[in-house]
Design a protein around this ligand. Structure first.
Ligand code: ZN
Length: 525
C-alpha cells in the first residue's frame, strides 16, 4: 500500500463486523469508525476502558505499519452492543472499520463478513482463543464469511466442517487489504489441516498395567456404565496409572463430543497452532491445592475450569480428602447436573461438565494401612481418616475398588485397551438401545432414575435374594441399594444378559461403598 498523507474528509465513516465470545457463546459486535469529527490525534471509543486502552495501542500501531497515520487522525470508534469486557478478538474488526473509513477497504466487499482476530503491534494477525465456537455459531448469527488468524487454521478447518459459513484465514492486516481489493485471495482452511491435539502425552494402554485384577474390572464396569469410581490404595500402588487409562477403554468420542471438547479447550487457549481439535477423551488431574475457580471455572474473561475440561472424559481427584472443602462444595452440584453455571453481574455463563469422576485415596494419613508396608498412624487417627473417607461426597461414587501394592505373580499378558473397550462399547450399545426403545430415560446406567430401575433392572429370584441379604447385612440404605442395582445392571450388560442374575448383584455389592468400607477399613484392625 502507498504511504503518505491521508485526506480524511470530515465525517468519513466505515464499519465492520467483529465476533466476541462470552464463555462459549459468540456474539456479533458492530464496529463503526468515524474520522475527522474530533480533534486530530484523539480517539474516542465506547466500551470497557481496559479494552479501549489496549485495542487503541495495538490497532494504531498495526495501522502505522501500513503507512496509515492513525495517531494523527481524530477518530470515534463506536461499538454496538456496548461491550463490558475486554476482548482482543475485536482488534481486527476495529482496524478493518478504520481502513473502510479511509476507503482502503471497499465496504461492499466486507458485507456479512465477520472478523475475529488479535493484532500484533507489527500488524500480524495473532493466534487467538475461541476460534472453534466462533465459527460454529457464526452462521446462526447471520454471518456469511468469517476471517480468522492463519495460525488457527487447524482448528478452523475442524470447526468449519459442518457449517454453512465460509471461513478464510489471514496472516496480517496487509494481506487483508490486498485481498479485499481483489489483489490476493485469502486461504480457506483445508480439511487436510485437521490435526488432533495429543497434549504431548505418550499413548497409554491397559496392557501397561500388570495384575490389579479387581481394579481393572472396576474400571471396565465404570467405563461401561458411566459410573464414578473410587480407587483406594497406598501411594505408588498405581491409582494414577489406572485412572489415566480409563479414558482409553471408554467408547471412542463421537464427532459431536469432539466438537464440544475442542471448543472448551479452544476458549481456554489449550489448542496449539499445529493441532486444532481434540479426538481423545480428556484426562484432567488437578492438584488438591487447586482453587474453587480453577475447578469450576471463572476469571475475567470467564473460562472453563478443570471440571469442564474433563467434559466427556475423566476428572481425577488424587488424594481426594486433601481438596479444600470449599472446592469440593463448588463442584458437587455441577457434577450432578453435568453443567457449570457461573453467575456474574454481567450475566450467566454456562459450561458443560459431564465428566466421570475418579477419586483416589489411601486408607490412612500415612498411606500405608492395608499395604505391605507398616502403617504408622495411631488407631484413633486412622479411624477418623476412614470415617472421612467413607463420607467423601464429591459425587455419587458408585464403585469402590481397592488398589493393592503387591506385585502381580501372573505371567499372562494383560489385556489391551482395545479389547476391553470392545466389551465396553457392546455394553453401552445395550444401554443405548434401551434408551432408544424408551425403556429408560438415559443411555447411561449411572444415570438411571428410580423409575428407570423398575423397568430395566429386573432381577431373577437368586439376584433378589442376594441383594436383600446384602442390603440387610451391610445396612445399605435405599439410595445405596439403587446404586448397587445400577452397577449390577452394568455388569449384566457386560455379560450380555437382560435379566440381572445373582452373580451380577454379588459383584456389584462387593464394589459398593458399604461393603468396601466393612472389608477394607477394618481389615487389619
Ligand atoms: Zn497409616
Amino acid at each position: 500500500m502507498e504511504t503518505g498523507t491521508v485526506h480524511a474528509s470530515r465525517g468519513t465513516r466505515g464499519g465492520a463486523m467483529g465476533l466476541m465470545l462470552k464463555g462459549l457463546q459468540a456474539e456479533v459486535i458492530t464496529i463503526g469508525v468515524t474520522l475527522g469529527t474530533v480533534a486530530d490525534g484523539q480517539w474516542v471509543m465506547s466500551g470497557d476502558s481496559a479494552w479501549q486502552r489496549e485495542t487503541r495501542v495495538r490497532v494504531r500501531s498495526a495501522l502505522m505499519q501500513l503507512g496509515v497515520p492513525a495517531c494523527e487522525l481524530g477518530v470515534i470508534v463506536s461499538v454496538d452492543p456496548v461491550i463490558t469486557k475486554s476482548s482482543t478478538s475485536l482488534d481486527l474488526a476495529v482496524a478493518v472499520a478504520f481502513l473502510a473509513a479511509l476507503g482502503k477497504i471497499p465496504e461492499d466487499t466486507i458485507a456479512r463478513t465477520a472478523f475475529f482476530g488479535e493484532l500484533s503491534l507489527g500488524g500480524d494477525i495473532r493466534m487467538i482463543r475461541g476460534v472453534a465456537p466462533a465459527i460454529r455459531q457464526a452462521a446462526s448469527l447471520g454471518v456469511k464469511t468469517v476471517v480468522v488468524p492463519q495460525a488457527n487454521e487447524h482448528e478452523a478447518a475442524f470447526a468449519a466442517r459442518d457449517t454453512s459459513v465460509e471461513v478464510r484465514t489471514a496472516r496480517s492486516l496487509a494481506e487483508l487489504v490486498q485481498a479485499f481489493n481483489g489483489l490476493a485471495e485469502l486461504q480457506a482452511p483445508s480439511e487436510s489441516n485437521i490435526s488432533p491435539e495429543r497434549f504431548g502425552i505418550a499413548p497409554v494402554d491397559m496392557s501397561d498395567v500388570r495384575g490389579q485384577g479387581v481394579a481393572r474390572r472396576a474400571l471396565e464396569i465404570a467405563a461401561a456404565g458411566g459410573h464414578n469410581l473410587a480407587l483406594i490404595g497406598p501411594p505408588g500402588s498405581g491409582k494414577t496409572m489406572l485412572a489415566r487409562r480409563l479414558t482409553t477403554i471408554m467408547p471412542p468420542m463421537t464427532t459431536q463430543e469432539s466438537v464440544a471438547v475442542t471448543e472448551l479447550f479452544s476458549v481456554t487457549g489449550m489448542l496449539r497452532p499445529e493441532h486444532g481439535s481434540v479426538h481423545e477423551r480428556p484426562f484432567r488431574a488437578p492438584h488438591h491445592t487447586v482453587s474453587p475457580t480453577g475447578l469450576v471455572g471463572g476469571g475475567d474473561p470467564v473460562r472453563p475450569g478443570e471440571l469442564s475440561l474433563g467434559h466427556h472424559g475423566v476428572l481425577f481427584l488424587d488424594e481426594a480428602l486433601e481438596f479444600k472443602r470449599s472446592a469440593i462444595e463448588c463442584i458437587r452440584g455441577p457434577i450432578a447436573d453435568g453443567q457449570v453455571t457461573i453467575c456474574r453481574s454481567s450475566g450467566r455463563t454456562k459450561f458443560p461438565a459431564e465428566t466421570t469422576i475418579v477419586a483416589a485415596s489411601s486408607l490412612c494419613a500415612c498411606g500405608f494401612y492395608g499395604s505391605s508396608k507398616p502403617c504408622t498412624c495411631k488407631e484413633e487417627r486412622r479411624q477418623m481418616y476412614q470415617i472421612r473417607l467413607m463420607g467423601l461426597d464429591v459425587a455419587r461414587l458408585d464403585i469402590w475398588a481397592p488398589v493393592h501394592d503387591a506385585q502381580s505373580n501372573t505371567s499372562e499378558p494383560p489385556e489391551s485397551s482395545a479389547l476391553v473397550r470392545s466389551r465396553v462399547v457392546a455394553a453401552r450399545n445395550r444401554q443405548l438401545s434401551r434408551y432408544e426403545c424408551r425403556e429408560a430415560s438415559t443411555a447411561v446406567n449411572a444415570k438411571l432414575t428410580p423409575h428407570d430401575l423398575e423397568r430395566v433392572a429386573q432381577m431373577d429370584n437368586g439376584a433378589r435374594m442376594v441383594l436383600d441379604q446384602g442390603v440387610d447385612h451391610f445396612g445399605i440404605d435405599t439410595n445405596g441399594r439403587r446404586t448397587v442395582l445400577r452397577v449390577a445392571r452394568t455388569i449384566a450388560d457386560l455379560a450380555g444378559t437382560d435379566v440381572i442374575e445373582a452373580q451380577h448383584v454379588d459383584e456389584a455389592l462387593r464394589f459398593s461403598k458399604s461393603v468396601f468400607g466393612a472389608g477394607e477399613c477394618r481389615k487389619a484392625a
